[in-house]
Design a protein around this ligand. Structure first.
Ligand SMILES: Cc1cc2nc3c(=O)[nH]c(=O)nc-3n(C[C@H](O)[C@H](O)[C@H](O)COP(=O)(O)OP(=O)(O)OC[C@H]3O[C@@H](n4cnc5c(N)ncnc54)[C@H](O)[C@@H]3O)c2cc1C
Length: 384
């Protein structure tokens, strides 16, 4: 009998398995794919995420972003240069593998190429069925991503999704040094979202993501983005599409008895930027605290739903409102940003972990008029 079975070895599942094993619980981490596996993702780890991780991930960081270039339709824009790191660029295959290695070193049992199929509740334990075997556990956690089978089988409400498509380009012949340390975000390349260019060691992750559920021309949007970023048809390009969690931040259930959801499976991501790794790690941290407390007889597992609703959901709700506002009034937003560049420092404060999106309606004007002093020190350059 396992204490906990965690389904899915992405950042949410491996972080949780690592934390629970380190306190002596008997944990199985179940992954349906060959390992290590490719995951369509920009691999941008914000500073706030980097700082809450308890694994040293410096060995899988391929570039550190100090500069953000924001444009509208690849024209008017601003470059902000920070004096400290803003985003750490990781290769997801190596990043996820490192977190799994940490979980195994802490004592977790790791099964690969084994797919979770279903579960049923019994007196005092859960029977978990995979395509290889059946196992018993006391607590089952779905960390199985946006199309969570655990979530569906346990009767959780479906999570809202947007759509993203990413291209992995490289290794490149062009001078990578010119691109290092910078991230380019273009608004306008796709409706209701943005395009990105994240440099890695010797390759690029270029993609487009929208918080709209249905997109007619996402492939065309991506090709437009590639074209604007100077990618030639002779360059080595691999395309990957994937749904994107797009929560509206309304209160919901995150556990159903002894079945919990973490990360994308729970629909936890930032609906303004699309950042999901931070919330995967944060929800795993909260789940580990509640589960260990439950095993010690101190807390009910319902506490997990309460804590996510109290500690994470309010910020997601605010980010959702900000997202609705910004993506509907992009030209106005870009002009406001150029006129009041101090707003950028608020955004950098948020992704650096010095602030959050709650109360942006008052904080943004406070930044504009110099009432709120940002922690992050940035310089700004206007570009045409
Ligand atoms: C194109 C794109 C770009 C993105 N870029 C960024 C970014 O730059 N920065 C950022 O912070 N976020 C980004 N995100 C979001 C981020 O990728 C996710 O939020 C994050 O991966 C969620 O982690 P997770 O552990 O919850 O799930 P996942 O990483 O999706 O892991 C789930 C795992 O569960 C396994 N699994 C699924 N079903 C089963 C089953 N039945 N049995 C066993 N195993 C199963 C899967 O194989 C997978 O390995 C991006 C998303 C997309 C689509």
């Amino acid at each position: 009998m396992f204490d906990v079975i965690v389904v899915g070895a992405g950042p949410a599942g491996s972080t949780l398995a690592g934390k629970l094993s380190s306190i002596g619980l008997k944990v199985m981490l179940l992954e349906k794919q060959e390992w290590p596996r490719f995951k369509p993702c920009g691999g941008g780890i914000t500073k706030r995420c980097y700082e809450i991780m308890d694994t040293d991930i410096s060995s899988v960081i391929e570039d550190i972003t100090y500069s953000l270039i924001l444009t509208l339709n690849h024209k008017i824009g601003v470059e902000l240069i920070s004096h400290s790191p803003i985003i750490y660029q990781a290769d997801r295959m190596r990043f996820d593998d490192l977190l799994v290695e940490n979980a195994i070193n802490n004592g977790a049992t790791f099964h690969i190429k084994e797919k979770f199929l279903d579960f049923n509740l019994n007196e005092g334990y859960i029977n978990v069925e995979t395509d290889m075997d059946t196992y018993k556990c006391r607590v089952l956690v779905g960390a199985d991503g946006i199309n969570s089978t655990v979530g569906r089988k346990a009767g959780f409400r479906k999570v809202h999704t947007g759509t993203a498509m990413e291209a992995e380009i490289g290794p490149l012949n062009k001078d990578m040094n010119r691109l290092k340390g910078k991230v380019h975000i273009d608004f306008g390349i796709i409706k209701g979202g943005y395009g990105w260019n994240f440099p890695k060691e010797d390759s690029l992750s270029i993609g487009v993501g929208t918080f709209r559920h249905r997109v007619m021309d996402i492939k065309k949007n991506l090709y437009d983005m590639l074209d604007k970023e100077g990618i030639k048809s002779s360059d080595e390009v691999y395309l990957y599409g994937h749904p994107l969690a797009f929560p509206d931040g309304k209160s919901r259930k995150y556990n159903n008895g002894n079945v919990l959801l973490v990360g994308d499976a729970a629909g936890l991501a930032d609906p303004f930027t699309g950042e999901g790794i931070y919330y995967a790690i944060e929800s795993a941290r909260i789940a580990s605290e509640v589960i260990s407390s439950w095993f010690n007889g101190n807390e009910k597992l319902q506490r997990y739903t309460d804590r996510i609703n109290n500690e994470i959901r309010p910020e997601i709700r605010s980010a959702y409102e900000l997202s609705m506002f910004c993506y509907h009034f992009l030209p106005f937003v870009m002009i406001t940003l150029k006129t009041f560049p101090a707003i950028f420092s608020y955004f950098i404060d948020v992704i650096s972990g010095h602030d959050d999106f709650r109360y942006w309606q008052t904080k943004v004007p406070a930044c504009m008029f110099g009432i709120k002093k940002p922690v992050s020190e940035i310089d700004l350059k206007y570009i045409r």
